[in-house]
Design a protein around this ligand. Structure first.
Ligand code: 13P
Length: 250
């Protein structure tokens, strides 16, 4: 039985002080939560939030990182810098990085391998655009992004990888994939992991759903066989919304 993994991606919201306050509310409200939990504040708030979540059941994640360890990369943030302030995981390949900032599968794969090399957990995001879905290509796009993102990753390293299926058309739009449609993509993604690695690896891997997850649809989504958690955007910015999502089965 896979344990649910609920993560909040705070995107480009909240100052360090605001982030710290939200993290403190979550620590208090979720101390008895049985699911794995993670928050991903913006870079400037990571250190402040680290001081609040350290030693609790909430993991600290970053929203991105550079594909290189160090050097002349103005504006980028290195895995070494993230590790030094207590970051434990990193979200890579988010659709906003792919579609707004032009990240390619190759760049994302480089980042995935670098993060794993340094012992960070990875949440690898995959998902099709509306055009790709309407053209009947959703499954192919997600399978290809999964394979490309994980190229060169060993089965041992895969234990530190979570996949987040986030259909681009469902992010921040209020449109959610139906639980059945989402589960179908999760199922083919799991089958892809089975063919790339092994049935045992496929059985173990956590596949989160992301895209307009809210308190009123969380339980239904998470009730599907292949949906093992959520990557929450908008609703992770308010404790009163994120708490019931994290505790969806209470
Ligand atoms: P929303 O929950 O705001 O749709 O965002 C989903 C997301 O992109 C999480 O990474």
């Amino acid at each position: 039985m896979r344990n649910s993994f609920i993560a909040g991606n705070w995107k480009m919201h909240k100052t360090p002080a605001e982030s710290k306050a939200l993290a403190a509310e979550l620590v208090k409200g979720l101390s008895g939560c049985r699911h794995r939990l993670l928050v991903a504040p913006s870079f400037t708030a990571l250190e402040a939030v680290a001081s609040v979540v350290k030693g609790t059941n909430i993991l600290l994640g970053a929203q991105n990182m550079a594909a290189e360890e160090e050097g002349a990369h103005t504006g980028e943030t290195s895995v070494l810098m993230l590790k030094a302030i207590g970051v434990e995981a990193v979200i890579l390949g988010h659709s906003e990085r792919r579609h707004v900032y032009g990240e390619t599968d190759d760049m994302i794969n480089k980042k995935v391998k670098l993060a794993l090399k340094h012992g960070l957990e990875v949440i690898l995001c995959v998902g099709e655009t509306l055009d790709e879905r309407e053209a009947g290509n959703a499954e192919t796009v997600v399978k290809n992004q999964t394979e490309a993102g994980l190229a060169g990753v060993s089965e041992a390293e895969l234990a530190k990888v979570t996949i987040a299926y986030e259909p681009v058309w469902a992010i921040g739009t209020g449109k959610t994939a139906t639980p059945e449609d989402a589960d179908q993509i999760h199922k083919v993604t799991r089958a892809k992991i089975s063919s790339l690695y092994s049935p045992a690896a496929a059985e173990k891997i956590i596949i989160q759903y992301g895209g307009s997850v809210k308190p009123d649809n969380a339980a239904q989504l998470m009730g599907m066989e292949n949906i093992d958690g959520a990557l929450v955007g908008g609703a992770s910015l308010k404790a009163e919304l994120f708490l019931p999502i994290a505790e969806y089965d209470k």
